[in-house]
Design a protein around this ligand. Sequence first.
Ligand code: GLV
Length: 354
Amino acid sequence: MLVMWCTRTALGRLQRIAPCTVTGFNRAMSTLPKVYVTRKVPQDGLDILRKSGQVQFEMWDSDDPVPRVELLKKVKGCEGILCVLTEKIDTQLLNAAGPNLKVVSTMSVGFDHLSLDELKKRGIRVGYTPDVLTDSVAELTVALLLATSRRLIEATHEAKTGGWGTWRTLWLCDHELANSTVGILGLGRIGVAIAERLKPFKVKKFIYTDVAPRPELANMIEAEYVSLDELAKQSDFLAICCALTPETYGICDWNLFSKMKKNAIFINTSRGGVVNQEDLYEALSTGLIAGAGLDVTNPEPLPTHHPLFTLKNCVILPHIASASYTTRNSMSALAANNLLAGLRGEPMPKELKL
Ligand SMILES: O=CC(=O)O
């Protein structure tokens, strides 16, 4: 495992120093704020941190998560942490970091891995990465919706494994988007972007629910505000776009599924925790709803023996909604810029209001 302290030399060259030699820093360098980067993040963000000359940072230089014990050790004394969504930033971690910690910058739009109350109490500022991933997430959501509703995964499997006997009149049929009602649970930037992409498929009507009507966004896609019950009852396609909060935890449960249409397709690209997966399994396996496409599950990864994997009408992706090179680099750059601005005591490009 390669873990490095990085800073600039007096000549401005990048310098990488193994952790054991950190004490070899001269006094000027060692006074730069210490930052821990919990994962190998895409290059654009690293370049920003390196070129800033503003921080000395250590990074867990791997695609896999840093072990918790290691993380707790590494954050000690840091003024900033740049993390990804797999790291729980909770009381234990904040205690381990200690009183120097000023900024937590997450390379994600979701923030359910952060103990916001605790961060607020300690006056620690939080950066996150909305907007830059909207296009990528919306695009993937549409792809998942079509793959699920038009049964693409099942169809390619049949074609590859000899199930393709002849052209049959109703084989692998499902429902189309044309003339359908699309429901959005949690209307934000991503919900709007999904609707904009679905509109050319001749969707008849968009409806949404949220904690309150959001007319400024809804007007962009001519969406009607309805109750959660109505959303369930009317939607042919239901896209879940809400943040995971204590209020939304398990909100997609039997109560919701039992009100949905038999032909309904359920799509979740937000967080797995909003879905009661046992109830979803029941709904899918008993034909209560037609299909589900999930980019997110609880837990992640979903164990390969999980019952949802046995269902033909459930398409499961490994949390890839924002996975385009452009988007991941933009997220990394925004996370780095949030961190640096926060450490300078300036407004962050995208700061979470606590
Ligand atoms: O799920 C991805 C994110 O929160 O950015």
